[in-house]
Ligand binder design. Structure first.
Ligand code: FES
Length: 374
């Protein structure tokens, strides 16, 4: 069944049951007020803040956007740009190797009057004091624009290194230079100058300060890893990164100090025989089977090597997911009874220990049964 909602093709394109699930999971329609082409591959989307979408967000927060793809709703994560308080602005890079979410937005938004969104969610972790060095690669500039605006407001000392292949593909280069000037913003074009030595750039800048410097970085994994490795255990430079995973369609937030799927006291308390990296084949093979009890009392078997999400899908139960790696938070599900063997890197150690929710794309049950609000 297709639900028809006048003037909102994005919402009307969802299957009725999917739409119900999205609303139940906290998604809400937000009017699209403008769509602009920023570069040949990047569009800017402006959403109007309504009473239903009363939002206050931390710099670097992101929105979850539901996209009606043929095989069900896809959830995409887009960082909020700096901008006026009565609107939400995101930028979407068209990913020709992705799973279709960004392509759908590029091809259909002209005729949409609203989008289903949830959030904003803040998992980047901007901290408001001390010198800040921002390193952006390509579309990774988006969360940093809001952080830079916050740094300016706080009169914090800061610098931006914005890396891109070509100037024409860097959606915000001209605007940032114009607003803040070349003393604050360094544009690095790799086609002309090769890969930047980001570690040296940060070291040179940070050496002028007695206080510790925080580096905020978002972009290709190689860029972020260079910084994380370069400043691993550094006494006065800390790196906080946002990982645009899966061809830039999924934003997964990872502090460099926290390994993906890192061991937590909560997961160890299950006496799980495996390390908590559920995506590793060896770990999956060693998992035990268990039963998930749904809200209506029905039961789904989850065999070894199969995630809860996959078991639910096979049984025809609708769920939401995005990264499938325990890093984005989209699949967070309330635990009604039982305890989870947490393997995500979204929830804190305290949240793991509370066993109130779990990421069902990677986490499993402690023991043979768990009841979930599904
Ligand atoms: S789908 Fe991203 S955490 Fe589960």
């Amino acid at each position: 069944m297709t639900v028809t909602m006048h003037g909102s093709p994005a919402i009307g394109d969802f299957d009725g049951a999917d739409l119900d699930m999205l609303i139940r999971k906290g998604f809400r329609p937000v009017p699209v007020s403008a769509v602009r082409k920023l570069t040949p591959e990047v569009i800017g989307i402006e959403l109007t803040l309504t009473e239903a979408a009363e939002l206050g967000s931390a710099p670097g927060a992101h929105l979850e956007v539901a996209v009606p793809l043929p095989d069900g709703p896809a959830i995409r994560h887009y960082s909020l740009l700096a901008g006026p308080a009565d609107s939400l602005r995101v930028a979407v890079l068209r990913d020709y190797h992705g799973r279709g979410g960004s392509a759908w937005l590029h091809e259909n938004l002209d005729s949409c009057t609203s989008l289903l969104v949830r959030g904003p969610r803040d998992t980047f972790g901007y901290e408001g004091s001390g010198p800040a060095y921002f390193v952006a690669g390509g579309i990774g500039i988006t969360p940093l624009t809001a952080m830079i605006a916050a740094a300016v407001d706080a009169r914090r000392d800061w610098h931006l290194l914005y890396v891109g292949r070509r100037l024409e593909s860097m959606a915000f280069a001209d605007a940032l230079i114009e607003e803040y000037g070349p003393d604050r913003v360094t544009i690095h074009i790799t086609e002309a100058a090769g890969r930047p030595d980001v570690v040296s750039a940060v070291e040179d800048w940070a050496s002028a300060y007695d206080e510790p410097t925080t580096v905020y970085t978002c972009g290709p994994v190689s860029l972020m890893r260079a910084l994380e490795i370069g400043f691993d255990d550094h006494s006065s430079i800390t790196v906080i990164s946002e990982n645009f995973d899966d061809h830039n369609e999924v934003a997964a937030q990872v502090r460099s100090a926290l390994p993906l799927g890192g061991t937590t006291s909560a997961s160890q308390s299950c006496n799980s025989p495996t390390a908590p990296h559920a995506t590793e084949a060896t770990a999956m093979e060693a998992d035990d089977d268990f039963v998930v009890e749904l809200g209506d009392g029905s039961e789904i078997d989850v065999p070894p090597g199969c995630s809860i999400i996959d078991a639910l899908k096979k049984a025809g139960v609708r769920t939401l997911s995005s990264c499938q790696k325990g890093t984005c938070g989209t699949c967070e599900t309330v635990i009604l009874d039982g305890r989870a063997d947490h393997r995500d890197s979204v929830l804190s150690a305290e949240e793991h220990a509370a066993h109130e929710t779990m990421m069902i794309c990677v986490s499993r049950a402690c023991g043979k049964r768990i009841a979930l609000d599904l």
